[in-house]
Ligand binder design. Structure first.
Ligand SMILES: *Cc1c(COP(=O)(O)O)cnc(C)c1O
Length: 563
């Protein structure tokens, strides 16, 4: 055990659809990172919380309003309980923790253990036992309790499990920032001191790596210092301003920034935007990716096995997809599409047709993602379906239970279904999870993405699509600025988003979206299939070969972990 040197901390980790331990992109990225670390034999371990009740199960009622149910899952069926115990002190009492282990096995058999922290122990009070139940549930106080468990409890659990030689602590988003406080205490203890000094701060900085994942303010946790002080009972939060800082609040992002020697954003543009937000710090970028083997649908796995020897072990070799004959690309795609449409038709009875251009959109229903941009002008959409070629639409995505605005967006999309009849068939799939994600990103013909720049830090579902030969039609934000070559890997909505000042207004972007669909994509799909498949092939060769976590983890190892 002692040879493990990198500890990866994440509030959510997406292992598989049946384990509701993730909510969306951040958790799926964490899972993909761990899967690629295992493939590459990176000596990593991962820490997260158990989320016994999950995020939630999404149901849409007859009016399209989202209803949430806690998820019941049998932890023992997936995870192994470890004998080790740890505890944290909060509000003057002790909360005991155990850990459950899942081993992610790489394609060469190397294992990366993931530990899920669990407060549901008989020694804890009724309330404390619920602290690892709900991912992003409860109020600010509940959230801080969870972050104490993840950060401080996480480090203590690693020690209890016997991991003494960890050299790098990677904080995936700010939720685990309190791990720095535990590391500061360890340094002080080692030196036989009660209080933290600047030497300790320097020693901890050398060990920590921080990745920020969103420019949206709600994504950066802030807690009132009084609450933090009550929780932890420590004077330092007031005294060490250069570490805990700022106007009466503890900002978890700044805590991680102050105590990390390497900080990065999730795509080049996001690195630049973060550099402007946090001007005092040096911020690099490592562009996100997805775990290729996890997200490539079976028909394409078989195709790659036949034409690209060793693609799974060496994702860069997907560039050779340029040599795969076009009819075979199309054949694999049709199989993936039929699987998806079978699922859709079984679930919804909408009767979708594999001959029809199918557009997919699935992501968290956050307002900035502008999921309903496509419905700005229903009449125009309907008339182009009649004149330029038939269209089918597939939507999916959850809104956070407390995000009323997000639920309204879902409902508006759900209701657009009626207005689109009879020209355009549409379905909103319930309970978007990794399984639905895999089906939908592989099975549609075009992947749509409409964020309000510069809010999309990276985005990863378009990368899953690319690996399956599905081109994106996307606003130039996040990863698409890097992945987009017009008419070669897909298409842009609006103009180049490289500038930091953005003029993406809703109606201009909607007009651009309609123009591309009507004048470029529909004609190519229906009347120049050969060229369309050429775009599909370039999506695999240029983007699938690069926007994967194998390349990403290699960059973390070289640029972040061992620097
Ligand atoms: C890939 C994935 C996401 C992330 O998608 P983005 O494009 O980054 O928003 C979210 N949820 C699920 C279930 C996924 O599979």
């Amino acid at each position: 055990m002692t040879q493990r040197t990198i500890a990866y901390f994440s509030m959510e980790v997406g292992i598989k659809a049946e384990m509701p331990t993730y909510s969306g992109g951040l958790g799926v990225l964490a899972g993909d990172t761990i899967r690629s670390a295992a493939d590459l034999k990176v000596p990593m371990i991962a820490i997260t919380l158990l989320h016994r009740k999950g995020y939630f199960h999404q149901h849409l009622d007859a009016s399209g309003w989202q209803r949430e149910k806690p998820v019941d899952w049998v932890v023992e069926n997936f995870l192994k309980e470890m004998p080790a115990r740890a505890s944290v002190n909060m509000e003057g009492r002790t909360v005991h923790l155990r850990a459950w282990q899942y081993e992610v096995i790489g394609n060469l058999g190397f294992k990366v253990p993931v530990y899920f922290l669990d407060a549901n122990l008989p020694e804890n009070s009724e309330w404390d036992r619920t602290l690892t139940d709900f991912l992003y549930g409860g109020d600010q106080h509940y959230r801080l309790c969870q972050e104490v468990i993840l950060g401080i409890g996480g480090v203590r659990m690693l020690r209890a499990l016997g991991y003494e030689n960890i050299q790098r602590f990677h904080t995936n988003e700010g939720h685990a920032s309190l791990l720095t406080l535990e590391l500061l205490d360890e340094e002080a203890n080692k030196a036989g001191r009660q209080s933290i000094t600047h030497d300790d701060v320097e020693a901890v900085r050398k060990k920590c790596v921080f990745t920020t994942h969103t420019p949206v303010p709600a994504g950066h946790d802030k807690f009132p210092l009084d609450l933090v002080h009550r929780m932890l009972g420590r004077r330092e939060v007031y005294d060490m301003r250069e570490v805990f800082c700022c106007e009466g609040v503890l900002n978890m992002t700044f805590l991680a920034l102050n105590l990390s020697h390497y900080v990065n954003g999730g795509a080049k543009k996001h690195g630049e935007v973060s550099q402007l937000m946090f001007a005092r710090y040096a911020i690099d970028s490592i562009t996100n990716g997805v775990h290729a083997f996890t997200w490539v649908a079976e028909p394409f796995q078989e195709l790659f096995d036949r034409y690209i020897w060793g693609w799974e072990q060496d994702n860069f070799s997907l560039r050779y997809a340029l040599n795969i004959p076009k009819p075979e690309i199309w054949q694999a795609h049709i199989q993936a599409k039929q699987r998806l449409l079978q699922y859709v038709n079984d679930k919804t009875g909408v009767g979708m047709d594999a001959e029809v251009l199918t557009i997919g959109f699935a992501r968290r229903a956050a307002t900035y993602k502008r999921a309903n941009l496509l419905f700005t002008d229903l009449e125009r959409l309907k008339s182009m379906a009649t004149n330029a070629g038939l269209i089918q639409l597939l939507y999916a995505g959850k809104a956070h239970p407390q995000d009323h605005g997000g639920k309204e967006i879902i409902q508006r999309i759900f209701r657009a279904k009626e207005g689109l009849k009879p020209n355009i068939k549409m379905a909103y799939l319930e309970n978007y999870d990794m399984e639905v994600g895999k089906l939908i990103t592989a099975g549609v013909d075009v992947w749509l993405n409409t964020p309000q720049p510069p809010n999309e830090a990276s985005g990863t579902s378009g990368m899953k699509a690319a690996l399956n030969g599905v081109p994106s039609l996307s606003v130039l934000d996040g990863w698409w600025i890097e992945g987009h070559i017009e008419g070669v890997t897909g298409w842009s909505i609006g103009e180049n988003g490289r500038g930091i000042v953005e003029d993406h207004d809703w109606s201009k972007d909607a007009a651009s979206l309609y123009d591309k669909l009507e004048h470029v994509i529909l004609p190519m799909f229906y009347r120049d299939r050969d060229r369309f498949i050429e775009v599909m092939r370039h999506a695999i060769a240029l983007n699938g070969s690069f926007f994967n976590t194998q390349r990403m983890v290699q960059q973390y190892v070289l640029n972040a972990y061992f620097r």
